[in-house]
Ligand binder design. Structure first.
Ligand code: GDP
Length: 207
């Protein structure tokens, strides 16, 4: 089992982009375990996926928030799927687009049978917004395992990071037994990436 930083980087660097999907039934690889990443637009999701996979181009770092409106599937070593879900909570898209995205995200989370973990990204400096609370309420009802990743911690003081992590952890414990963990990360400074890689690697062994 790869337990060192280098071995995990090697494992995750065997990645490929499989495709973008707008219908859950069309997403392939249902026989592999899967994890997904979600969060508000601009939370740092593409940067984080690129840091985990050590591939600067895998998830295009969007210059326009809210542009990614499909479900993107990446495969790691033909062993585990990584799903990039569309960002939510971006005010500048039309209500119709927002509603369509919510339906797409909710049906993915309700219907994808091989999903092992949802990673909800929260910008450490911004904290929880109403759209995150709405999403957490949905997650609770969908009965999926989830963890939270506080992103961009390089922009925050140690005190703020501790405060955010503590209050989120306290809140999330009320979200039932499906809540697993809280991770602290910075793609810019490569902080906390190894812990997330380990978590995903361990999930890759789940059938
Ligand atoms: P997405 O919309 O959630 O996919 O977010 P992106 O990965 O495209 O990042 C949005 C913006 O945040 C970009 O300008 C990134 O350079 C910046 N960003 C992402 N991760 C970090 C980080 O760890 N630290 C800092 N300081 N900026 C980041």
């Amino acid at each position: 089992m790869p337990d060192g930083h280098r071995n995990l980087n090697f494992f995750f660097s065997h990645n490929s982009f499989i495709g973008s999907f707008y219908e859950i039934e069309k997403i392939p690889n249902v026989d592999l375990p899967e994890v997904c990443f979600i969060g508000r637009s601009n939370v740092g999701k593409s940067s984080l996926i690129n840091s985990i996979t050590k591939n600067k181009k895998l998830a295009k770092i969007s210059k326009t928030p809210g542009r990614t409106q499909s479900i993107n599937l990446y495969e790691i070593k033909k062993i585990i799927n990584v799903i990039d879900l569309p960002g939510y909570g971006y005010a500048k898209v039309s209500k119709l687009t927002r509603d369509r995205l919510i339906i797409l995200i909710e049906s993915y989370l309700n219907l994808r049978t091989n999903l092992k973990m949802t990673y909800l990204l929260i910008d450490c400096k911004v904290g929880l917004k109403n759209s995150d609370i709405d999403f957490l309420d949905f997650l609770r009802s969908s009965n999926n395992f989830f963890s939270v990743i506080l992103t961009k911690i390089d922009k925050c003081s140690k005190k703020l990071i501790e405060k955010q992590a503590f209050s989120l952890n306290t809140l999330l414990k009320q979200y039932g037994s499906k809540y697993r963990n809280i991770f602290l990360s910075s793609s810019k400074k490569n902080l906390g990436i190894l812990d997330i890689q380990k978590d995903i690697y361990n999930l890759s062994k789940k059938v």
